[in-house]
Write a protein that binds this ligand. Structure first.
Ligand code: PMP
Length: 401
């Protein structure tokens, strides 16, 4: 018998979904939201919205204060040295595009950008398109059978021509933690700028960017139980000034005339236009909630559920796991049955899982797959959710085989 999730009741949508006969097992796509976030959004919108960093009036001052308090909270959450190292974007995707534009001026034709074979399209396509525009070489670090970047080969492939290394911390398809410590240390020794896509990693255990030793770390708030429309880019103090301004407009400018302008440094210089104010305030409230919990209890709960998920899949005939997931999720295929058919029957039974290529088409193709089913766990999931999933899966397979 698995322990219930002590945090389930903090997420009102879980009960609402249950009333709609839905079992939510797709948290790696986006997570449900805690009451603390809903309260923060209602408080902000209910008490007077205002734009930040520009108005002298009281609502403007309060919004700016709440917005900048969130920047402090994010910095503390990641153990950044200063709040000014945190740039708010509209998501991990926009943070990665910011990097691919902001770093472009540092790359010369023939130089190399290294990514891994397991990257989400968000950490592949911005670099691929940059490589095409600037005549650079995109080097793809291979992944071994368990789903980890092959360190031995990677250390050979990252050399003095490597100007940027951009890799995922935790694979959204394979559920594997990547050997970042060794990879990042090696890349930095070669003089490369290091970028970590923390979109999945940030959700499972608190990450320490100083310990990680990366130049840049990005994530999306919505996967970390926060609101959507908000992303975070952390940059090392020495790395942030390397970025060229990439989007132009209000608030990022120092002085402008018709023919020229000068721009603010990060973070505000990289936050052109009105930022997602409510979302940033909501992310701060979400971190406040998460920070009040016992992180080791959450990890233990997720680990127990994950073991149960893996055991249940292993017990069933014909199911093949994709890679050997370390945490939080499992992707699988079933011999002789198309993933879309399984997904259809799971959906009909109210099981919300993800099916398809998971925005990692080259990885799936490389594994000889055109898609897979992914079950992903959040802190609010419990043994009953998995039981409902397995009985729906058994029903589906009985019909399809
Ligand atoms: N990287 C990884 C590993 C992801 O899983 C995702 C989201 N699926 C992203 C980047 C992109 O995040 P977003 O769509 O929130 O910008």
């Amino acid at each position: 018998m698995l322990q219930p999730s002590p945090w389930r009741a903090d997420f009102p949508a879980i009960a609402a979904l249950q009333r709609q006969h839905q079992t939510y097992l797709d948290s790696a796509a986006t997570a449900q939201k805690p009451q603390a976030l809903l309260d923060a959004l209602a408080h902000y919108y209910g008490n007077g919205a205002a734009n930040v960093h520009r108005a002298q009036h009281l609502p403007g001052a309060l919004a700016t204060q709440a917005f900048e308090t969130s920047r402090n909270k994010v910095a503390a959450w990641l153990n950044a040295e200063q709040a000014s190292q945190i740039v708010f974007t509209h998501g991990a995707t926009s943070a990665l595009n910011l990097l691919a534009y902001g770093l472009a001026h540092r790359l010369e034709a023939g130089e190399e950008i290294a990514i891994s074979a397991l990257e989400h399209h968000a950490n592949l396509l911005p670099w691929q398109q940059l490589a095409q525009r600037r005549n650079l070489r995109l080097v793809v670090l291979p992944v071994d059978a368990s789903g980890h970047i092959d360190l031995e080969q990677a250390l050979q492939l990252i050399g003095p021509r490597t100007r940027v290394l951009a890799v995922s911390q935790l694979s959204n398809v394979l559920g594997t933690w990547q050997p970042l410590q060794a990879l990042l240390a090696h890349a930095r020794a070669q003089g490369a700028i290091t970028v970590v896509d923390g979109a999945q990693g940030v959700v499972h255990g608190q990450q320490d960017v100083q310990q990680l030793g990366c130049d840049f770390y990005v994530f999306s708030s919505h996967k970390l139980y926060g609101p959507d429309g908000v992303g975070v880019l952390y940059g090392r103090s020495q790395a942030l000034p390397l970025l060229r301004h990439w989007q132009f407009g209000g608030e990022m400018v120092q002085v402008a005339d018709y023919q020229s302008a000068s721009f603010r440094p990060a973070p505000l210089g990289l936050e052109a236009g009105t930022p997602p104010i409510a979302g940033v305030i909501g992310l701060g409230a979400t971190l406040g909630y998460l920070g009040s919990l016992d992180a080791s209890a959450i990890s233990a709960h997720e680990a127990t559920l994950h073991q149960h998920l893996l055991r249940g899949l292993a017990e069933r005939d014909g199911i093949r796991l994709v890679g050997a997931p370390d945490t939080a999720l499992a992707s699988f295929v079933v011999e002789g049955v198309h993933h879309a058919d399984i997904a259809h029957l799971l959906t009909e039974q109210g099981i919300a899982v993800r099916a398809g290529h998971h925005c990692a088409m080259p990885l799936l193709n490389g594994l000889g797959l055109d898609g897979a089913i992914r079950v992903s766990l959040g802190m609010y999931n419990d043994g009953d959710d998995l039981q409902r999933f397995f009985s729906a899966l058994d029903q589906a397979l009985e019909l399809l085989r």
